[in-house]
Design a protein around this ligand. Structure first.
Ligand code: PLP
Length: 304
């Protein structure tokens, strides 16, 4: 079941619409060119997790792509409407434990004089995919795939929109299909100069455990640096804040594939799938650490 709410100035709380009926112009560049921005947030336990982080990142994505999108207040109102409809539609006691709230804004239709009209903006709520929840338990096999850009491209070529969450995810989806055709579950992109970047829909984390001179264990959590042109992950940000509070050391790349192979554990993290352990890279098993996975999962569960 999906609930759909458009942001519409004539409807202050958003306009509820039928997700199974046609709603968009066929000329909308969001459809014809993937020209728009989006966010996916987790709705669980009656709360949309990290909503403010998602709204801030959406505002940055819109700025980077020169898109005018509705205000944070308009998004919040449409989300509230969508969630109340979604909750009301669920059969008593059988509401999905985890659902996805998607925020989408497109550039809108091009008018006769070539100027873009104000774009479309909408919110959907639907049950979270079962696969991601299963993979949290089993872990995943991952291929390292070259994204074809070097790790300094974001600064040199801002028009590539690296680090913005745009609707142009065809490449990301193709990478996942390539992984599946080759017996793996997911992908970690690398740069042409050999740096670890991110997954097509996730951020990469690795952990090391060492002893200091006093014999105390030092746990260190590392993620690739944002300068490589990756999306700033809201889940990574929230996990880092929780890990810091629990005394972990934190590090921000550069990360190379050998660091993944030497780590105590590697995970892909994202808002809806949460924390997924990586079992193998390019067909070779890597270290997994059930204790660290449990510890990091508890941090993920505490995010709100
Ligand atoms: N990197 C990419 C390319 C993504 O698409 C996503 C989420 O979909 C992430 C990272 C993880 O971001 P978040 O933790 O905010 O969901």
């Amino acid at each position: 079941m999906t609930v759909l709410v458009f942001i519409d100035p004539a409807h202050p709380g958003g306009r509820v619409a039928d997700p199974d009926a046609p709603q968009l112009s066929v000329l909308d560049p969001g459809v014809t060119r993937g020209d728009g921005v989006f966010e996916s947030a987790l709705y669980t336990g009656g709360k949309v997790r990290k909503l403010e982080m998602h709204l801030s990142r959406m505002a940055v994505s819109a700025q980077v792509t020169d898109l005018i999108i509705p205000s944070a207040g308009a998004w919040r109102a449409a989300i509230a409407t969508a969630i109340s409809q979604y909750d009301a539609a669920a059969s008593p006691g059988a509401a999905p434990a985890e659902s996805v709230v998607k925020l989408i804004a497109t550039r809108g239709a091009e008018s006769a004089d070539g100027v873009h009209d104000y774009g479309s903006a909408w919110v959907t709520v639907s049950p979270a995919p079962e696969l991601g929840r299963r993979q949290r338990e089993t872990g995943i096999d991952v291929l390292l795939l070259d994204r074809g850009y070097d790790s300094t491209v974001a600064e040199r070529a801002p028009w590539l929109l690296m680090g913005a969450k745009t609707l142009s995810y065809a490449v990301n989806m193709a990478a996942i299909r390539h992984a599946k055709r080759n017996g793996a579950d997911d992908v970690i992109f690398t740069s042409s100069d050999g740096r670890v970047l991110e997954g097509p829909t996730s951020t990469v984390l690795l952990a090391t455990r060492e002893r200091d001179e006093a014999g105390r264990e030092v746990k260190r959590l590392v993620t690739p640096t944002l300068e490589t042109g990756i999306l700033p992950g809201t889940t990574q940000g929230a996990i880092f804040a929780a890990a810091k509070a629990e005394g972990w050391e934190l590090g921000y790349g550069p990360v190379e594939p050998k660091h993944l192979r030497e780590a105590a554990g590697v995970w892909l993290v994202s808002s809806v799938r949460l924390l997924t352990p990586v079992n193998s890279l390019d067909g070779e098993a890597i270290n997994t650490d059930a204790e660290l996975t449990a510890e990091l999962s508890a941090m993920v569960d505490s995010i709100n």
